[in-house]
Design a protein around this ligand. Structure first.
Ligand code: 3PG
Length: 213
């Protein structure tokens, strides 16, 4: 998959809903219910972070949920890419970008939303052919004013800001012309996942799915 093809696909995924849930799953037995709850609320692209031993099993379990598109987050190495792909992930997300990671995603046909946090990092991704990226960690790196400032010299790149984004500030990000969607964990709080309170999560997801810029 070329970077251009990957960007077309990540752009499509970012257009499915205004928010991509960032999920840290400790118990894979709750993954399918969680995915069904989020999809029922209208959040269709789901990022499962590879930060827990349960993550790959969670991706496998979530991949059967109709209407959902399951990706793997926190991809750091080519081995992560191969494991995510084997588990059924259909897209990847990373906090930053290295050549080995980008090469592995291209070789394994896994569209990657690669992280960046400076103009030089944006320029590096653009030079490789990527036109969609994750801005991470968004709030700690200047948030909405930073992305607004990047829009003038770097209009080719469009972003999914993630990290510190919440119901309170998501609309401000979504109002920017260079923002396609936002990522955030607030739609799946750990206590609700642990309690398997799927209706509460569907309510949070629906609230997020209704956000507009
Ligand atoms: C993460 O690294 O977990 C994501 O960036 C989500 O950040 P958030 O919990 O601030 O939404």
């Amino acid at each position: 998959m070329t970077p251009e093809q990957a960007s077309t696909e990540t752009s499509r995924l970012c257009g499915l809903a205004p928010v991509v849930p960032v999920l840290v799953i400790d118990d894979a037995s709750r993954a399918e219910g969680l995915a069904r709850a989020l999809v029922a609320g209208g959040l269709l692209a789901l990022e499962v972070t590879l930060r827990t031993p349960a993550a790959l099993d969670a991706i496998r379990a979530m991949s059967i949920v109709p209407g959902g598109v399951v990706g793997a987050g926190t991809l750091l190495t080519p081995q992560d890419v191969e494991a995510a792909k084997a588990a059924g992930a259909t897209f990847g997300v990373s906090p930053g970008a290295t050549d080995p990671l980008l090469d592995a995603c291209e070789a394994n046909d896994l569209p990657l939303l690669a992280g960046c946090s400076t103009p030089s990092e944006v320029m590096r991704l653009l030079s490789r052919g990527y036109t969609v990226a994750k801005f991470f960690p968004a709030e700690a790196n200047g948030g909405v004013p930073m992305l607004k400032a990047w829009g003038a010299p770097l209009p080719q790149m469009r972003f999914c800001p993630t990290g510190g984004v919440s119901l309170k500030n998501a609309s401000d990000y979504l109002a920017l012309p260079n923002v396609l969607c936002v990522g955030g964990s607030w739609v799946a709080p750990a206590h609700l996942v642990k309690a398997q309170d799927w209706s509460a999560i569907t309510t949070l997801a629906a609230e997020a799915a209704a956000l507009r810029g």
